[in-house]
Design a protein around this ligand. Sequence first.
Ligand code: ZN
Length: 348
Amino acid sequence: MYAPFEGRRQEKTRDRLCGRIHTNSRIHSNGRIHLNGWQHTDRTEQEQKRKTVMILAGKNKFERNAPCWCGSGRKYKACHMQFDEKLRKYQIAGNIVPDHSLLKTRADVDGIKKSAEINMACLDAVEKEIAAGMPTEDIDRIVYETTVRMGGIPAPLHYEGFPKSVCTSINEEVCHGIPDTKHVLKEGDIINVDCSTILNGYFSDSSRMYCIGKVSEEKQRLVDVTKECVEIGLKAVIPWTHLGDMGSKVHAHAVKNGYSVVREIGGHGIGLEFHEDPFVSYVSEPGTEMLMVPGMVFTIEPMVNMGTDRIFQDADNGWTIYTQDGKPSAQWEIQVLVTEQGHEVLCW
Ligand SMILES: [Zn+2]
């Protein structure tokens, strides 16, 4: 359904990974496709709901005096019992709520933070060295060496066959650009470097934009507005409100500035796995999507396009996503914990 973009082979939807990557997603039954950064999860919203129902059905699922499921060592009645009852009330009222597997314990959050130290050190190291004339292969080297030196593992390396340690997406490349010696940065480029780390089984994930030398005013504005979108999204991370409240604000800010937001690829839960539920959309409606509950960790990472929101996937490498009209795209990514009071940014 897409006309090929000049000079590049375009690929129709392929059933790669979990079989639900559809670049022609607009005709999908629920109007959108879940594609979590790299891939969507294989659980549909319906399945998610069902699983949650099973977990939360019945107040007496957990013994009042038994140790709490969260691992605190406290009795359930003194720890998460009230929390579970609240969650159940929201669920009965028709909200999509997370199951316990998506709620991080204090130990999980500590583990993710240590992982995030490496992830942010990688992006800091890139920031120091990135310049015109540098092949993206060098960015991959910086990320790999920094990660390994600090005891971590680059999460993208060999993930579903991805060949490198980081994603480098230049100008009209929306995401999943593969570092190599052929992509050489030049003055005026904008590039997203998307870095993800595993440390002791805990995953961190963030990405930043870098402007190479002097970039055009219009590219600079795209980069700045996209960052504002993330900041606006973060402010809307309020416990017991919906992901759609956050996503709709991100979308509104992009649209107000004349841009579009990619629909098919979004953020995701993360922490114990690279990509967990929920899928996080930035074109969603207020009051929809999963409830943001304390203990959830997910990414805010809108891909904002200067022109059309339409995208296509590279047929040759099977990964890189491009804007269909060849206009630039920008993305910033942070990893956020929902807290009782609001939120905490774990990785940026
Ligand atoms: Zn507990």
